[in-house]
Every structure is written in structure tokens, then in C-alpha cells.
Design a protein around this ligand. Structure first.
Ligand code: DMJ
Length: 830
């Protein structure tokens, strides 16, 4: 056992002449703060107490004893140099230490001992260290209480040490005085106990000691990464491939004191990683954390393959029960990226310059169009910036802002990723500052859709983090994620529809759950867990997803499920559709698989859906007459009512489907696509549905698509004029989205030309002096603006058009995918 305290007794001149070093009662923190602890409380009143005279005689005689009796003088004694906890352990070793006597001061020979009550090294930073002062007569009996009460005891402590509240006021109890010293730092303090007679001329007995406060049990682990060659710290989560990183592990107690790494768990500590074989090298190869100095250990890492890796500290040997919390407390997610592809660029403009340098000859021809889209986006951004900054949405005609999502500046959050991809440095920087300084979830004191907050705000923050690597986006995303979690506390585990971010509460609801709202929150929450290591997010979203699955219907689901409050989830008799109320649920089956391909159930579910999809497509994609015609069949995605009859209507919202199918064709394993002739069917669907979606735009007078259109029930199932309640346009993105994927799949310039037509219609009929506005009727020219600019116009419509006209390097599909709001997340992230 290591010694941790030095103590000695000595006699000092009388109090009247003594001044403790650094004594400054006015500023206890500045130094010796024990002055305040003088035990005045039980001090006998000198004038009123008849025992005072006797006491005075006793003290004087004690002083005489010291002065006159050789061998009894403290200075001459062999004073203890060290008092260890063993030596003073509750008096277990009586007489082990020569201790000074203050004979006669209490009317009879009295011995004072200062004991440290805790038997082991318990002077721990932040915890009271218990000590006791004992007064004993020569026969070892406790000194007479009244005699001790006449003594004053003071304690002086150095640094920031102080007497804990529990021991104040200092008071003798039956010849014993207990006090507790506390210090928040792991350091050595000087402690001095003074025992003073009421006689101001009498000597003062001092007991000085040094107490070493140790850091407390490990409280938090920190893992820091640096580039090994330059020593530059790595702050973002994206890390370079093939560069050696030095990883330093430290443990700290609650006060920030470094603690020895293996103190609380024992055994050996090793750094472990989830990296596949040959994906990462470690030095030492065992990952052994050998402690240096005060509690730091270093391991070197080199990632050889891009992807997500988790690292954590694991205990080998020692107390095995400490294992799971240790892993939980230390797990950290790392993302190794190949900067040749995704790149972590320092600014949006460097990102833009990098991908433009990879333009093909055809890309070069479309660059001017891409620039026009950039300008249009900037026009919208400027209108918002000028008239609605900090509000959720711009009303571009009345030049006002409105808060439709609780007042989070949602347009900013939903625009960040587009700003980055389009290379707008200044605007992105301004958005970042908003996120850092002004985004205040406490202001969002209203009930807002959990789904919209997830895909737009959380997705926007995570997407900005994906692209820029700036930690602030992840920090705010984590905060938002935490405030969304209460929504998942329902008996079914499906989210309540709304959340109040300011209060952290969700209102219960007896309304049925909307399929897309419960079934497409997952990629954002799973990504949040992957990046923060906080498993609560993923758990909540996964449980919601499992709850949806528990209805047990394969393939296409009804759009409504039982309310969140019903523990057992049931389907509600409602339509089957791929558009409103359902859309992104299907999208996230494929995207959850992209996020973690080892979770094959997502892929299987997606394949089941795709196999069932022809049931709501007309003409039927498998019908022989449509197969061999050598022309593109304009398929329509219609709906089926609860009783199985068809509802001849197609939502523009369902126009994301051909893009999703194209993504499936690009990403799914060939063996899945070959099976059941999926390759051919999917391709026909992707191509034919895209053609119909483009037709929705091109066939209207303005060139803008209506919200939905009726479909003729008779073959060849052409569109029929939109009914009056479906003629408006929110400038939705789904067709542009599909054009982007179809172009990526085929390289067919037709899709860019179609995209250019969409864009022109938006410019011609939705542009207003300070933004872009939804329009009331796509068939009426001039258009009547609805005076609203949806945030997804910024997040998606302009982004997909821009990406359609840009080189493939503008968006690296090998490493990224887009959430349903067009925000980039990482593949293989989990
Ligand atoms: C967007 O918010 C998302 O794409 C969502 O999944 C569906 N609706 C809008 C755009 O139309």
C-alpha cells in the first residue's frame, strides 16, 4: 500500500504571535481557508464560567510541562514523518506511532492523536476524507469532555481543500472531534490542525500533515485521435484512409482528474474494433493499452478500407462485471473515407471545384444549366434570407416568414446540404452560424410532426455533417434526436404523431398511424446512433419499424395502422397506395438495406414489395401486349381501396417510385434481380413510370405537374384532367428525383432534357421577385401564386435538378445515399 499522508506534530509559539501562512479569512479560496472553522461554538464563556480559572491553570501547567521537562518537549521527540492509513487505522496499531503529549492541558496528562479513519487509500478527489482528533489521558481513556470543550481547534488547509459541510461546526464529542476534508483535485494538500488553549499566551499545538488526494474512480473515458505524422487533432468523424492515426485513451474522474486506466476495472485493457479482417491495422497489434504516466495509453490505427468502424475499450481479466458498461462507455464510431471519392472538403466551393474537374464532355454541355439551377436556388435563398430569416418558411409574395414547424428556421436546416453541393461558401457559413448560435429547440413550443422534423431537420443536420464533417451539425442533430425520443414512448412503440420539442413531450392521439410516418424515420435515427454511439436513437426507430412489421401483411401495406396507444398493432381498413401517406415507407426498406447491407431482411421486404407492386400499376407490366411493343409504356401507379377495388388516381408523390426502382436496379445483387424476371419488369416500370411522371408536368398548360391526376380506367389508361382539388403544385421534387436516378442508371440524355423542361416551367410560372411560390392551378396562365415556398423545394427540387445536370462526382453514390428529403447519409454506416 502506498503512503498517502505525511503528518507531524510540533509546538508553535502562542496564537497571539502566530499567523498561519497565507491566512486570509476574507478570501478562503485564495489559500488557507480553515480559519473560518475555528471552533467557537462550544467555547466556554471565559467571564461567566467558574471552571475557566481551573482550565487556565491546567493549560499553563501543560505549557510548563513542555518547556521544563526534557524529553517531553515536542521538538525533541522523534516525530512521525509519515502517518499511513495502516498505522492509524482506527487505532488498530496503538502505540505504533510516537505521538506528542500535551500533558496537563486538560487538567491531567492528555495525548492528542490525529487519526485517518479510512483504512485504505481513500483520500479521493471529491469525496470527504474522514479524520478524527482524539484526546486521551495517560491511561488511554477519553479526556474529560469539559476539559476538551475549553480547547479551540482550528484547521488550515492549502489549495482548494475545505472542510466538508458535514463536519461543521467543529465540535468535541466526548473527547473526540471528527472532521472531514474535501478536495476536488487530485493533488497533495497541506493540512494543519491547531489545538489552542484559552490562554492567549499559551503555546499552540500544531499537527501538520500532507494528504495526497487521488483521483476518484473512472468516470469518463476519452478517446482522442490525431494524425500520427503531423500530430493534428482529428475533430470530425470522417477520417482519412491509409494515414496512421494515434489514438490516446484517457480516463477521468468526475472532476476531470486523470485516473489510472485500469484502476476501476482491473485486468488489462485492450482496444477492440469492429473492423473486418484486413480492413484496419493496429500498433501494437493486440490493441493493448499500456498506461503511460498518469493514465494515458496510446494505440496507432491505420484503416485500409473505407467504411464505418467502431472501436471500444475492453477488459481482459479483472472484474468481469465491469465489461458491458466499459464497452458502452468507450464505444466510438469512426468513418474512414477515401478522399479520392467522397472527399472531406474544407468548403462547399472546393467541393464544387473538385467534382466539376471530373466533368465528362456531356457534363460540360450541361454545366450552364446546372448554373442556372444554382442561380434559381440562390434567388430563393436570398428571398428567405431577406424576409424570413430564422422562420420556418418564406411567404415569397407577401414577403413574410411563417413558423409552420415550431420556429426552427426549417428552411435553413433543409437547405444546408444543397448549399454545400452547389458550392455556396458564404451562405453555408451563415447557415452553420445559425445552427451553432441561434437554433433553439426551446423555442419550438408547439406540436410539430415527428416525421417532418425527422426527415427535414434531423436529416438536414445529419446531411450537413455528412458533407462537411463539421461536428456542430452532429451535436445539434443529437440534441434534436434526444428531444424527439419522447415521441416513441407509446404502447405500440410507433411514434405519436407530434412532439413538442421545447417541452420534450408528445401528445397522445387516437388517430390511426400513417404508414410513412412510422415507417420512414429509421435511416436518420440509425445514422445518429452510428455517429454518436448513443444506441437509444436506433433502438427507438427499430422498435417503430418492428411494430409496423408486426401487422404481418407482406408486400404493400394499408396506409393506416392502429393508433400508437394500442399495444398490438393492427392494420386499419384503408387504401393501398405508393403515394401520399405511404411513399417513403417503401423507400426506406431499400435505404435501410443500403445503410447496412448485412441486414438482409430490409432487402427481402423490399423485394416482396416490388413483387407486389404490379398489382397497383396499370397497364399491367406483365401483360403480354405491353411487353414487345418496342415503345415506352406510360405506366400509372394507382391505388387500391380497402375492399380491393381500384381507385384510378395517381399522386405526384408516387413519382419517387421509378427513381427508387432504378436505385434498386443499380444496387441490388444480380441474383436477386435475375430471379422472377425482376430485371426486365423493374426496368419497364422505372422507365414507364418516369415517362408518366414527366407527362404529368409536360401535359399541363404551365408545364408544372398537378398534385395528383385521375387516370382513365380504360386501357391504355391515360391521364384525365386533374380534379379541381388536385390542380395545385407545391413544386414537389419526386419527378426530378426520378430523372436523376434514371440518368444515373442509363446515361440517357433524354432525362436531362426532361429535367430542363421541368426547370423551365418552374422558372416561367413559379418564380416571383423574392423566391418561388406554390401555384394554385397548373392549368391556369398566368398562375396564381399560393404565397408559400415549401422547404423541400430547397432541399430536393433544386438539388435533384442540379445533380441531374452535374457530373457523377457531384454525388458519390458508392458511399452515400439520400434520405427521403434529399439529404446525404452514409452507406455501410452501421
Ligand atoms: C418531402 O418532404 C419528402 O420527399 C417526403 O418523403 C414526401 N413529401 C415531400 C416532398 O413532396
Amino acid at each position: 500500500m502506498g503512503h498517502f499522508a505525511h503528518a507531524s506534530f510540533q509546538k508553535r509559539p502562542g496564537l497571539a504571535h502566530w499567523r498561519g501562512p497565507k491566512a486570509d479569512p476574507a478570501d478562503p479560496a485564495a489559500g488557507w481557508n480553515g480559519q473560518a472553522a475555528w471552533n467557537e461554538v462550544r467555547r466556554t464563556d471565559e467571564r461567566g464560567d467558574p471552571t475557566f480559572g481551573l482550565m487556565l491553570i491546567a493549560v499553563i501547567s501543560a505549557i510548563l510541562c513542555f518547556l521544563i521537562l526534557p524529553g517531553e518537549r515536542l521538538e525533541d521527540r522523534e516525530l512521525p514523518q509519515r502517518i499511513t492509513s495502516e498505522a492509524v487505522d482506527s487505532g488498530a496499531h496503538p502505540g505504533a506511532l510516537p505521538v506528542p503529549n500535551l500533558r496537563g492541558c486538560c487538567g491531567e496528562p492528555t495525548e492528542f492523536r490525529w487519526l485517518f479513519l479510512d483504512s485504505t487509500e481513500k483520500a479521493v478527489a471529491g469525496q470527504p476524507f474522514r479524520t478524527v482528533l482524539l484526546a486521551r489521558d495517560s491511561r488511554g481513556r477519553q479526556a474529560r469532555p469539559a476539559a476538551c470543550d475549553a480547547l479551540r481547534v482550528g484547521v488550515d488547509l492549502s489549495g482548494k481543500a475545505h472542510l466538508s459541510g458535514a463536519s461543521l461546526p467543529l465540535a468535541w464529542r466526548l473527547g473526540q472531534l471528527e472532521f472531514h476534508i474535501e478536495n476536488e483535485l487530485a493533488e497533495v494538500i497541506d493540512a494543519e490542525v491547531r489545538i489552542e488553549s484559552p490562554d492567549p499566551e499559551a503555546d499552540v499545538l500544531l499537527h501538520t500533515s500532507q494528504i495526497r488526494f487521488m483521483s476518484g474512480p473512472s468516470h469518463s473515458f476519452a478517446i482522442e485521435l490525431q494524425l500520427a505524422d503531423s500530430g493534428s487533432p482529428m475533430t470530425g468523424s470522417s477520417l482519412p484512409l491509409r494515414r496512421e492515426l494515434s489514438l490516446t485513451v484517457t480516463t477521468k474522474d468526475q472532476f476531470g482528474n486523470l485516473t489510472p486506466l485500469n484502476r476501476s476495472v482491473g485486468g488489462q485493457l485492450m482496444l477492440r474494433s469492429s473492423a473486418q479482417r484486413n480492413a484496419m491495422e493496429m500498433r501494437p497489434s493486440t490493441g493493448l493499452l499500456s498506461m503511460r504516466g498518469t493514465g494515458e495509453a496510446q494505440v496507432f490505427l491505420t484503416a485500409l478500407r473505407p467504411g464505418h468502424v467502431e472501436i471500444w475499450v475492453e477488459q481482459v481479466g479483472g472484474i468481469s462485471s465491469a465489461q458491458p458498461p466499459l464497452k458502452n462507455a468507450t464505444t466510438r464510431s469512426l468513418f474512414f473515407v477515401d478522399t479520392d471519392h467522397t472527399g472531406v472538403y474544407s468548403s462547399p466551393s472546393s467541393y464544387l471545384a473538385a467534382f466539376r474537374s471530373k466533368a465528362s464532355p456531356s457534363d460540360m454541355q450541361w454545366q450552364a444549366k446546372a448554373d442556372e439551377v444554382r442561380e434559381a436556388f440562390l434567388h430563393a435563398w436570398k428571398g428567405y434570407e431577406r424576409y424570413a430569416w430564422g422562420k420556418d418558411e418564406l411567404q415569397p409574395v407577401s414577403r413574410l416568414g411563417r413558423n409552420t414547424f415550431g420556429g426552427l428556421g426549417l428552411t435553413i436546416l433543409d437547405s444546408l446540404t444543397t448549399l454545400w453541393l452547389m458550392g455556396f461558401d458564404e451562405a453555408f457559413e451563415k447557415g452553420l452560424r445559425f445552427v451553432k448560435d441561434d437554433l433553439d429547440f426551446d423555442n419550438a413550443d408547439s406540436d410539430v410532426s415527428v416525421f417532418e422534423l425527422t426527415i427535414r431537420a434531423l436529416g438536414g443536420l445529419l446531411g450537413a455533417h455528412t458533407l462537411s464533417g463539421k461536428e456542430i451539425f452532429l451535436e445539434r442533430a443529437q440534441e434534436l434526436g434526444g428531444r424527439l425520443l419522447p415521441a416513441f414512448q407509446s404502447p405500440s412503440r410507433m411514434p405519436w404523431p407530434t412532439v413538442n420539442l421545447a417541452r420534450g413531450t408528445s401528445k397522445t392521439s387516437t388517430q390511426p398511424v400513417i404508414l410513412s410516418e412510422a415507417g420512414s424515420l429509421q435511416v436518420e435515427f440509425r445514422s445518429l446512433t452510428a455517429r454518436t454511439g448513443d444506441a437509444r436513437f436506433r433502438r427507438a426507430a427499430d422498435k417503430a419499424f418492428q411494430a409496423v412489421q408486426s401487422v404481418g401483411i407482406p408486400g404493400i401495406l394499408p396506409v393506416f395502422l392502429s393508433p400508437p396507444g394500442m399495444a398490438k398493432v393492427q392494420a386499419v381498413a384503408s387504401k393501398f397506395a405508393f403515394g401520399a401517406l405511404a411513399d417513403s415507407y417503401y423507400e426506406y426498406l431499400l435505404k435501410q438495406w443500403l445503410q447496412r447491407p448485412s441486414e438482409k431482411n430490409f432487402k427481402e421486404l423490399f423485394l416482396e414489395v416490388m413483387d407486389a407492386l404490379p398489382g397497383i400499376v396499370r397497364p399491367s407490366p406483365s401483360a403480354s401486349e405491353t411487353e414487345q411493343m418496342g415503345r415506352v409504356v406510360h405506366y400509372k401507379l394507382i391505388e387500391m381501396t380497402a375492399d380491393g377495388s381500384l381507385d384510378w388516381k395517381m399522386d405526384h408523390l408516387s413519382c419517387f417510385a421509378p427513381g427508387l426502382i432504378a436505385l434498386g436496379l443499380m444496387e441490388l445483387p444480380q441474383h436477386d434481380l435475375v430471379e422472377k424476371g425482376r430485371n426486365a419488369t423493374w426496368w419497364r416500370l422505372a422507365e414507364g413510370l418516369t415517362a408518366s411522371c414527366f407527362e404529368l408536368w409536360a401535359s399541363s398548360a404551365t408545364g408544372l405537374a398537378p398534385e395528383f391526376s385521375k387516370v382513365n380506367s380504360k386501357a391504355p389508361h391515360k391521364f384525365i384532367e386533374a380534379s379541381s382539388n388536385g390542380r395545385h403544385s407545391f413544386l414537389r421534387p419526386e419527378t426530378a428525383e426520378s430523372l436523376f436516378y434514371l440518368y444515373r442508371l442509363t446515361g440517357d440524355e433524354k432525362y436531362r432534357r426532361w429535367g430542363s423542361k421541368l426547370f423551365q416551367a418552374i422558372l416561367n410560372h413559379a418564380k416571383v421577385p423574392h423566391g418561388f411560390s406554390s401555384v394554385r392551378d397548373v392549368k391556369a396562365i398566368p398562375t396564381s401564386p399560393m404565397d408559400e415556398m415549401q422547404t423541400f423545394v430547397m432541399a430536393e427540387t433544386f438539388k435533384y435538378l442540379f445533380l441531374l445536370f452535374s457530373p457523377a462526382a457531384a454525388f458519390d453514390m458508392n458511399h452515400l445515399f439520400l434520405n427521403t428529403e434529399g439529404h446525404p447519409l452514409k452507406r455501410n454506416e452501421l
